[in-house]
Design a protein around this ligand. Structure first.
Ligand code: IVH
Length: 747
């Protein structure tokens, strides 16, 4: 499924794919930001993140609460004080193709309702790490890394050692936050690595890692010995505004004594922007520092503020990334990993190779078809060349294709190389691994007896959107799972840990880095989670197809765990009939195709359900389940299978015994239009339709295209026609644009 175009994914595949991407991107984020040790190249990361976004755009309901689209960087590490960013530090949307820049410009103009050309600044995207500097009454008071965008690390003392950063500003407003990029030049990077190697210390993979590692030193005297540089390109809180254009603001920063990038240029329209992109790209190798693309920003700050932000990126800027690089290397081995839902994922172990500045030694191989050289419909990929252990393979990442082994060099294939035979037994537990009809993934059928599935499910159980137990992460789960004295084999075991520890001879304290305080904290964290919302509980169970959104939908619909279970149990006979009907329908489809006849296949479905003689209350419960908001038959079947599996159910019951489950809260927001259904009609003068819709939705309103008895409010501009009439007919309140603005701004 990983090699499928987003447009071809079914909803179920999309859900699985989002889960897979969440895991990969989450790990990559932690490795990059938390440990300054990337596990993939930026280009690889971008490709995955982009695929994630594309899937979310196609299936907005499947968006996960832990989606990478909502995350900027990673949580701050221990050791530094935390600084809250009053104005969030954002990330940028990425583009790879020229056509996407024209699309960006179109989007911006459409949003603003402008037809004339717009001015943009275009400047290099510095490959470093962003930093926010706060000056009060002209003096440098605080410096913070981006962190997760909201809270960064206090690196003030380290930043005082950077010569590019003024310690005092002359003629600046009382409060100024300057933002920009810390980086290390190529020359300084090479010299630093030489010194490190000579001293027997660790060397850095690239200048950005060196810059990050140097800035995030607990000892400022070390930072002082590392030659860091800084370019200013943005700002946060300002007590007084400095300019009405981006370019003017940059000039102002320069006049205050900051370094600004000399390649920053004002462009008008996409062609001009692309010309500057090509010029910067041509100079890339001679700049003396790493850049990974060009950033375009709407020049007019009033337009910027009208465009505003999405969850983590501004609508008024975009990063045009340079294409990624290619590298040839040897495939040393193919490992097969088993995921939470039993999916067997092959991973390529590569002879380490540098791609875009980072050493890569693993690549995903997606699934068995991918290795064999075709997609799940049998169409060839890589000219149908299969991948064999020992092959020379080309590692490739760029654009909207996901990272893949782009090619295999058959000329260098060893004569003894044999086609890879994908395991039909789970490598972790030996259970049969099967492929369902239409699924490109082979799955272990071992369920909870499979240690890999059990451990991945536990990791999911304690993860952020689930029980989120402070002090228990993936690492602790691995440790406890293998522990013979205080094992955690299923979620319920977490809640008996404290009593088992108290009763046992071997105590957690003083083992595996647990001190007295961390043990006390752990018990408190676990106790706190004995009370949990229904939605979190459902999500935490980690059932296939039941993501965070679906868990919320189920929670809202059934209101209690007992009601949900009762409904799913009651619906079981109907669920089985539904599956049998699906199978009959498939068989009929195949037969029809073979005989080249067009049968009325759907009748088979109805007939098969009728033949199963399902009690009417079961049919009703099933109908309610599959038609509930956000729930479809695939999810319902998965839920039904899980709860009907006696071992699974027993394990869940053991967990439930420790919990107090809270029903869903009724969504109450402060906004006067929250929960209201509104319709815009006629022409709007202060904002475009798109802008109006986004704002209304952000305030919790539902924007509909047509007026009905369910509509709460119609906002009518000049020229409103049939919708205004409908509003009268249904007696729906109607207001004009000014009244709407007054309503939502509280004016
Ligand atoms: S503007 C609200 N301009 O790229 C927009 N960012 O991928 C803030 N970066 O977090 C960012 N050079 O660390 C901007 N000329 C530039 C940049 C730049 C590098 C970094 C920055 C940002 C990241 C987003």
């Amino acid at each position: 499924m990983e090699d499928k175009q987003v447009a071809d994914l079914t909803e179920d595949e999309a859900r699985d794919e989002l889960a897979r991407l969440a895991l990969l991107l989450g790990e990559a984020n932690t490795a990059y930001h938390g440990q300054d040790a990337p596990v993939m190249t930026d280009a690889e990361y971008d490709v995955l993140k982009r695929r994630n976004t594309e899937i979310e755009v196609r299936f907005p309901a499947l968006k996960r609460a832990d989606s990478a689209s909502d995350q900027v960087g990673a949580a701050v590490s221990e050791g530094f004080g935390k600084i809250y960013h009053e104005i969030r530090m954002l990330s940028l949307e990425n583009a790879f193709e020229d056509t996407e820049i024209a699309d960006f410009d179109d989007r911006v103009r459409r949003y603003l309702g402008l037809t004339k050309a717009i001015f943009y600044t275009a400047e290099p995207k510095i490959d470093g790490l962003s930093l926010s500097l706060r000056y009060e009454n002209g003096m440098l008071k605080q410096a913070a890394t981006r962190g997760d965008g909201n809270i960064g690390e206090n690196v003030t003392e380290n930043v005082r050692t950077i010569t590019d950063i003024p310690k005092a500003l002359i003629g600046a407003p009382a409060i100024v936050e300057v933002r920009g990029e810390v980086y290390m030049s190529h020359v300084d990077f090479a010299a630093l690595n030489e010194r490190q190697a000579a001293a027997g210390d660790k060397t850095f993979a690239n200048p950005r890692n060196a810059a990050a590692g140097s800035l995030r030193q607990l000892d400022p005297t070390i930072t002082a010995r590392r030659p860091l540089r800084f370019f200013a390109y943005s700002w946060g809180v300002l007590s007084e505004f400095l300019s009405d254009t981006q370019m003017g603001a940059i000039d102002w920063l320069k006049s205050l004594g900051f370094q600004t990038n000399p390649l920053t240029k004002l462009c008008v329209g996409p062609e001009d922007m692309l010309a500057h992109y090509r010029s910067i790209k041509a100079q890339r190798a001679t700049l003396g520092y790493d850049i990974d693309g060009v950033v375009y920003k709407v020049n007019d700050l009033a337009l910027q503020s009208r465009l505003g932000f999405r969850s983590t990126t501004p609508r008024w800027a975009i990063a045009h990334k340079f294409p990624a690089e290619l590298a040839w290397t040897r495939l040393l081995a193919i490992d097969v990993q088993v995921g939470r839902t039993g999916a067997l994922s092959p991973v390529a172990r590569l002879h380490p190779v540098t791609v875009g500045g980072v050493v890569v030694s693993n690549a995903t191989l997606h699934n068995e078809d991918y290795i064999a050289g075709h997609d799940s419909n049998g169409n060839p990929i890589r000219d149908a060349k299969d991948i064999r252990i020992g092959d020379w393979v080309q590692v490739y990442r760029a654009g909207d294709v996901i990272p893949k082994i782009a090619d295999v060099d058959l000329a260098r294939r060893l004569p003894e190389a044999i086609p890879f035979s994908f395991p039909h037994l789970c490598p972790e537990c030996g259970s049969e691994a099967v492929r369902e009809e239409g699924d490109s993934v082979r799955r272990c059928t071992g369920g909870l007896i499979c240690p890999a599935q059990a451990i991945e499910r536990l990791k999911h159980f304690v993860s952020r959107g689930a029980f989120d137990i402070e002090g228990i992460g993936a690492k602790q789960i691995e440790m406890f799972f293998a522990d013979s004295a205080l094992p955690i084999r299923e979620p319920a075991d977490i809640f008996t840990l404290e009593s088992r520890d108290a009763a046992g001879l071997i105590r957690l304290k003083n083992r595996d880095g647990f001190g007295e305080k961390s043990v006390t904290n752990l018990w408190a964290a676990i106790r706190a989670r004995r009370t949990i919302s229904l939605a979190r509980l459902i999500f935490a169970l980690g059932l296939r197809h039941v993501g965070e959104v679906a868990a919320q939908d189920l929670s809202r619909h059934y209101q209690s765990w007992e009601a949900l279970c009762a409904a799913v149990d009651l619906a079981r006979p109907a669920a089985l009939a539904h599956r049998a009907a699906d199978e009959a329908e498939n068989a009929e489809r195949v037969a029809a195709a073979l005989e080249k006849r067009r049968a009325q296949i759907t009748l088979v479905h109805t007939a098969a359900i009728a033949a199963a003689n399902v009690p009417s209350d079961s049919a009703a419960a099933w109908h309610e389940l599959i038609t509930a908001d956000g729930i479809g038959p695939t999810l319902a079947l998965s839920l039904s299978d899980a709860l009907a599996n006696s071992e699974e159910r027993a394990s869940i019951d053991r967990l439930i015994a420790h919990l107090t489950i809270l029903p869903p809260e009724i969504r109450a927001t402060q906004s006067p239009v929250a929960g209201k259904t509104v319709v815009f009609t006629g022409s709007l003068e202060k904002m475009t339709r798109a802008e109006a819709k986004v704002r209304a939705e952000a305030l919790g309103a539902k924007v509909s295209g047509s007026v009905s008895a369910k509509t709460d409010l119609v906002i009518a501009g000049p020229g409103a026609g049939s919708k205004a009439k409908d509003a009268e007919r249904y007696g729906v309140e109607m207001i004009d644009e000014d009244a709407w603005l007054a309503l939502i701004t509280g004016a």
